[in-house]
Design a protein around this ligand. Structure first.
Ligand SMILES: Cc1ncc(COP(=O)(O)O)c(C=O)c1O
Ligand SMILES: NCC(=O)CCC(=O)O
Length: 467
């Protein structure tokens, strides 16, 4: 950190009457005032901010306060908000027409860009959301194997299709929901939910139901209960076990894809190659676009080549494809280096501030993705050391390995920390069960702003009694 950056003037973003008014108005016509539950502030308290602008690392709320953003639109804004190249590509595409319901030249360009980074995505199909991508991957796996059952891990989130909502992370974890009402017992009964990072549990499931399991779907690194990377050897062993029993592996890289690193978490871990892979978020550069990919022989089960149906009026929309292509083309080595440096600096400064304030915590990473868990109990040096994947962790609390240990975190301390950060102009995910996101635009000024906010937030967390 260069010494010439002076601390910014104190911000008071604590009061947001315009956002409060917008929330009240929205709640009259939009359920809960939000179009996705993770935007609600129920678990952290306070007024959800209505944002009107984003530039680089910064977002501006309707009250005119600026915040350094550590949400990045839940991942897509890899290059920062409103990156000039992405905006130009979107404007150029939009000027030609918003969509034709027919093929257009940019689709293959984006597919080639993806395949060049992730060669096991030999064939791709573009859809509009990560939910559709995982839903389609499962349909392909069931068709390929002729088997009904799927295995997922507790605390993993794969979108909101019926069969994947059991013990899901993200908004369900935040709200403390075990699953979703409206899912039939028949559908729920086809999903086996296992503890993450527990090879023994997986072996038992295959021993009992091996010839009925179509696929194991796993986040490449779990990021929807906070960041919990796979334990060393877990992904490789999972893949071997699946293949021994004739089941397929779906690696869900909707969140980690092109963000953990240039080739997603697969590129970071280099452990095993999945049969099918899903992408979203970064691949659409901030517009609705996602993808399912995999071995050609599996992907060609999709209509019109094969018997598995999948479609979409907006699939491969030219404006969304243009945004994704400009984002991936801008995500070069230099951008990933900036992303990694910003990620490491935020991790280090948060951990230092919490340690200074005596708040037990652990920072966990999956490539450039990370999150901070607030531990129970007082600070103990014993907790620091190795994380699940054996990599060193920052912090003073025990590593989080699975959903049970993620659920044991001190959520009230996160709430206090979150609120103080927001009041001091830093926007964090409004839940302790989410990853934190930096962008390649998080420069020295943005990092200095975070650093200035930290002492008050760490003190606020410390003021909440240990559990
Ligand atoms: C790992 C993972 N899979 C799937 C999804 C679903 O994507 P979408 O919200 O675009 O439907 C998400 C979204 O958060 C995700 O993190
Ligand atoms: N990590 C959770 C998400 O990114 C979900 C976003 C949403 O459902 O709105």
């Amino acid at each position: 950190m260069s010494a010439h950056i002076s601390a910014p003037a104190p911000v008071s973003a604590g009061s947001a009457p315009v956002s409060a008014g917008l929330a009240a108005r929205a709640s009259q016509v939009i359920v809960g005032g939000v179009n996705s539950p993770v935007r609600d502030f129920g678990s952290v308290g306070g007024t959800p901010r209505f944002f009107v602008k984003g530039r680089g690392a910064w977002v501006t709320c309707a009250d005119g306060h600026d915040y350094v953003d550590l949400v990045a639109a839940w991942g897509p804004a890899l290059l920062g908000h409103a990156h000039p190249d992405v905006i130009a590509a979107v404007q150029q595409a939009a000027a030609q027409g918003l969509g034709f319901g027919a093929s257009h030249p940019l689709e293959a360009e984006l597919a080639e860009e993806i395949t060049a980074r992730v060669p096991h995505a030999e064939r791709l199909r573009f859809v509009s959301t990560g939910t559709e991508a995982t839903m389609t991957a499962i349909r392909i796996a069931r068709a390929a194997t002729g088997r009904p059952l799927i295995v997922k891990f507790a605390g993993h989130y794969h979108g909101h299709s019926d069969g994947l909502l059991a013990a899901a992370g993200s908004g369900l974890a935040t709200l403390g929901l075990p699953g979703s009402a409206g899912v039939t017992p028949e559908t729920a009964g086809q999903t086996i939910v296992l503890p993450y990072n527990d090879l023994g549990a997986l072996e038992e499931a295959f021993a009992s139901h091996g010839d009925q399991i179509a696929t194991v779907i796993t986040e490449a690194a779990a990021c929807n209960m906070g960041v919990v990377p796979p334990a060393a050897g877990f992904t490789a062993a999972l893949t071997e076990l699946c293949h021994r029993h004739g089941a397929l592996v779906i690696s869900d890289e909707v969140l980690t894809g092109f963000r953990s690193g240039p080739a997603g978490y697969w590129g970071v871990e280099q452990a095993a190659t999945p049969d099918l892979v899903t992408f979203g978020k970064v691949v659409g550069g901030g517009l609705p676009l996602a993808a399912v990919g995999g071995r050609a022989s599996l992907m060609e089960l999709l209509a019109p080549m094969g018997p598995v149906y999948q479609g979409g009026t907006l699939s491969g929309n030219p404006v969304a494809v243009a945004a994704g292509l400009a984002t991936l083309r801008g995500a070069d080595d230099a951008a990933y280096a900036r992303l990694a440096a910003a990620s490491e600096q935020v991790q280090a400064m948060v951990s230092a501030a919490l340690t200074e304030a005596g708040v037990a915590h652990v920072v966990q990473t999956a490539g450039t993705l990370f999150s901070v868990f607030f531990g129970r109990g007082e600070v103990s040096a014993a907790g620091a050391g190795a994380g699940a994947a054996g990599e060193p962790t920052l912090g003073t609390a025990a590593p989080v390995l699975d959903y049970a240990t993620a659920q044991a975190q001190h959520t009230d301390r996160y709430r206090a920390f979150f609120t103080a950060m927001l009041e001091n102009g830093v926007s964090l995910p409004p839940s302790p069960f989410e990853a934190w996101f930096v962008t390649a635009a998080h420069d020295e000024a943005a990092l200095a702003h975070i650093r200035a906010a930290l002492p008050a937030a760490a003190a606020a967390a410390a003021a909440v009694p240990a559990l």
